[in-house]
Design a protein around this ligand. Structure first.
Ligand code: PXL
Length: 277
């Protein structure tokens, strides 16, 4: 197996099982060197906690990049998650160009919305900037809500295949090469992911657990990155990530008050097995 080096750019939420505290262990568990560029440090994530601290690291980003360029440091893949401002999106775009090896994979999780709403602190200017970053993505990993914001489409909780196909067409018109659309549910009790690769759609459906958990989008994207960088096809990586997230949700549901994140740690063994098989 060739040893790969990935850079992931997102915040550190010190407590809350999301962003870098998920990406670092999950991608490392896949046997990949995982380097980080923290975009901000928060005491907790912003979904459900109040009064959290927020240390913005935007102005550190170009200096960190310049140092890496000087040292000749480059990455096989770059994966971006939650970013705190439109300026950070511009910096990330430069980082893609400056420290990606020839043919480096760019994976963009446009982490900014869920359940029909933007996360606290995001606005239309951020959505417009994120559209531009999507153009650089080899793999774009949005949920349905993010897909709607990125394509100026109406958010629906009930829809058919024609609605999903239209979202995918519009997302690919933004310039993303391949799209993994998560949380696509066509019938009661089931959900799944659509993989749109080289103009072809494939759907992977699995059981839906009624109590959703916060942070599953970050777990999904991190596991997808781990599997795709280890050489799996987009469909296999999307399936591995879906099966892993489902295992995380099931173990989290055993406890009533674990509302702020999913217990991704206890299923890492299963992820490692799937990535190595
Ligand atoms: O899980 C996405 C995420 C990441 N980072 C921070 C967040 C959220 C979602 O709310 O608040 C700080």
């Amino acid at each position: 197996m060739s040893y790969k080096k990935v850079l992931t750019i997102q915040d550190i939420s010190c407590v809350g099982q999301c962003s870098l505290t998920v990406a670092l262990p999950v991608i490392s568990a896949c046997g990949i060197e995982t380097c980080v560029l923290p975009s901000a440090v928060l005491s907790t994530h912003t979904a459900g906690f109040t009064g959290y601290t927020f240390r913005d690291l935007t102005e550190d980003m170009p200096a960190i990049k310049d140092h890496w360029v000087k040292e000749g440091i480059a990455f096989d893949a770059i994966y971006t998650g939650y970013l705190g401002s439109t300026k950070q999106i511009d910096y990330v775009s430069d980082i893609f160009d400056a420290v990606g090896k020839e043919g480096a994979l760019k994976i963009v999780d446009p982490a900014m919305a869920d359940n029909g709403k933007l996360y606290y602190g995001f606005d239309d200017a951020f959505v417009q900037a994120m559209k531009k970053l999507c153009a650089k993505a080899d793999y774009l990993v949005p949920n349905i809500t993010e897909a709607c914001f990125l394509t100026d489409s109406e958010y629906k909780t009930e829809y058919d295949k024609a609605y999903v196909d239209a979202l995918l067409e519009k997302l690919s018109a933004l310039g993303s090469k391949n799209i993994i659309l998560t949380g696509v549910s066509y019938r009661e009790g089931k959900t799944g992911v659509v993989v749109f690769e080289d103009g072809e759609y494939k759907y992977y459906e699995h059981d839906k657990h009624s109590k959703g958990c916060h942070g599953t989008g970050d777990i999904y994207a991190s596991a997808f990155v781990g599997a795709i960088v280890r050489g799996k096809s987009a469909y296999d990586a999307a399936k591995i990530a879906a099966d892993y997230v489902l295992a995380c949700i099931i173990s989290t549901q055993e406890e009533d008050n674990h509302w702020y994140g999913a217990k991704f740690e206890t299923s890492l063994g299963k992820l490692i097995e799937m990535v190595n098989s």
